[in-house]
Design a protein around this ligand. Structure first.
Ligand code: GTP
Length: 328
């Protein structure tokens, strides 16, 4: 089996900072998921229909999403038949392999930020309140400044939620970037317009714009995002280069439904899954891929400034299935 062996060779026992973040951040998901599968293997003498039903339940409980679970399990069944495996203890590598192959093979998706080839890159951040948008903007600004050496400005475009502007200002100070803000209750597009001009004047490379997350009021949200898009295009015709949707991973299938709603309102180019460290149901990444086919570009694995990591499929599957990989 290709992938399973590959990640074992690549990642087991090798410690990089990113690897450690993934392993620590996905620990809750991994122990629950791997324990359940290992416990299942211990209960069944041989693989049969009942075994597969329970395997389906474990995957569904991990928030993989029903249709993705059906695909994965039917591929596992086929592989088990081909290899003539009857002992459940020998199935772990096939489970890991199929999860990876189905995710990776359906289409290759870039997880990199789509930077403008030259001039200003504009990133719009959307998502419901509480998803962790403000924190994510802070962490993302930090990444872009420190890892890529770019000059970043943030725009406090969430003028709706009380406290959002001040909270973003605290983050801006912490990571050492300029912030453009207006008054609470003011016009978010005006803030973005000022920020675009400031970014141009000061030769900034990246502008990250916060937005309000009123999904309850779809018409308002749609109008607001349309207006923001128009204003951005007036100053930077190819912008926004990214519209990143922030989703709280702990909300599971609700988060997936939210993502579907947002993708009807505006073009989402990537997803940031926050609080992955706080959930035991890390399978949400697979569910998003299946139901939206939008790339997960970053995942939040903790509250520290460097806990926002680029999404890496190998590290993710390894982090999630660590207990299975190491068992063998
Ligand atoms: N453990 C953990 N906590 C996170 C992560 N991302 C955000 N948080 C926390 O989630 C809480 C909410 O995040 P905020 O950025 O403040 O989000 P908010 O202000 O409620 O709402 P919005 O900015 O509108 O999304 C904060 O306590 C963050 O520290 C993460 O990846 N892991």
């Amino acid at each position: 089996m290709g992938f399973f062996k590959d990640i074992k060779e690549k990642l087991v026992g090798k410690s990089t900072k990113q690897n450690e973040k993934y392993v620590a951040g996905l620990d809750k998901s991994s122990s629950t998921f791997s324990d359940r599968i290992n416990e299942l293997a211990a209960r069944f003498r041989e693989i049969n229909d009942e075994y597969f039903e329970e395997l389906e339940n474990i995957l569904i409980m991990a928030d993989v999403g029903v249709s993705m679970v059906m695909k994965i399990v039917s591929e596992i069944k086929a592989e088990v038949r081909i290899q003539n495996i009857t002992d459940p203890r020998e199935i772990n590598d096939i489970i890991v392999d199929k999860m990876f192959v189905i995710y990776a093979n359906e289409s290759v998706m870039s997880t990199k930020i789509n930077y403008a080839p030259e001039g200003l890159t504009v990133i719009l951040m959307v998502g419901v309140n509480g998803a962790g948008k403000t924190t994510t903007i802070g962490k993302l600004a930090h990444r872009i400044v420190h890892d890529e050496g770019k000059k970043v400005i943030v725009a406090a475009g969430d003028t709706f939620r009380a406290g959002a502007i001040d909270q973003l200002a605290v983050w801006a100070e912490r990571v050492g970037v300029d912030i453009i803000k207006g008054k609470e209750g003011g016009d978010p597009s005006a803030v973005v317009f000022d920020a675009l001009n400031r970014a141009k004047e000061t030769g900034a490379d990246v502008l990250i714009c916060d937005t309000a997350g009123r999904l309850q009021n779809k018409v308002n949200l749609m109008n607001e995002l349309e207006k923001m898009n128009r204003i951005i295009k007036r100053v930077v015709p190819e912008g926004p280069h990214e519209t990143l949707l922030v989703v709280d991973a702990t909300t599971g299938q609700n988060g997936v439904s939210q993502a579907i709603e947002f993708s009807k309102i505006t073009d989402i180019t990537g997803i940031v899954l926050t609080k992955m460290d706080g959930t035991a149901k890390g399978g949400i990444v697979l569910s998003i891929k299946d139901q939206l086919n939008i790339p997960v570009k970053f995942i939040g694995l903790g509250e520290q400034v460097d806990d926002l990591q680029e999404f890496d499929l190998e590290q993710y599957i390894y982090g999630l299935c660590k207990g299975l990989v190491e068992e063998v």
